[in-house]
Design a protein around this ligand. Sequence first.
Ligand SMILES: [Zn+2]
Ligand SMILES: [Zn+2]
Ligand SMILES: [Zn+2]
Length: 282
Amino acid sequence: MEILYMGTAAEERIPGMFCNCALCQKALKLGGKDIRTRAQALIDGKLLVDFGADTYDHFLKAGRTLWDIQNVLLTHSHPDHLTLEVFSSRNHWMSAETCKYPTLKVYTSAGVIEKIWRVVEARGLEKEQIEKFWEFIPMNYFEPIEIDGYTVTPFPANHARGEQAYIFLIEKDGKSLFYGNDTGTFGTEVEEWLAQNNKYIDLLSLDCTKGDIETPYYGHMSMSQGREIADRFLAQGVIDDKTKLYYTHFAHGCKMTHDELEKTAKEKYGFKITYDGFRLEV
Ligand SMILES: [Zn+2]
Ligand SMILES: [Zn+2]
Ligand SMILES: [Zn+2]
């Protein structure tokens, strides 16, 4: 399986859209890996995770459009992960007649689906028209679902309370990756389920919105909290020393450039750092 990290930032991006802090100024000058857009990932060029407002730019950067994308997993509805304005863009007049698949299937929680329909209604769009080109499929925590050859299991993220945010285990052909953002430290029931179901993780990708700074906010993790999750997974045997460990989803508040993040993550926590456009094979 190949994961392409199309975006690796939190909502404000780096440099932050309205920010002029020291890190954002540095990022502007450095460019390259220090420019981070909103979190999104593409598995094997076909299974898309999240649909934030940077989606179109991400695909342009990858040299393609979304005409042959059939399945999208949504972690939750925050604006860096879902643009609620997109649903009118896939119709007869704009594109859908040249799309490979008649509908784009969106897998997410019942809470997010409800929110989508509320926005559709508020925009005065016709539900029946949207349903011709989009299919919304609810998932349930700890219940694996088959999607085009992938087995996807959603777990409870400690994030966006009130709408059932997800973190995902994605498996195919004996390989697996755990996509763990956005979330704060989550419950031990996740690794217990993984151990009971004899799961082994090849790539553990975790939220690192706080960088190496501890803050009381519940819904994101610092480097040390991510390390604690890795140690818990290690104790349950669901990862080992061959598992690739990556931090992702950074906010400008972490106050570190890519090189600084990389050095701290490696020396203090044994993790590596993603960046926009980073491809990893497991
Ligand atoms: Zn986010
Ligand atoms: Zn900033
Ligand atoms: Zn979020």
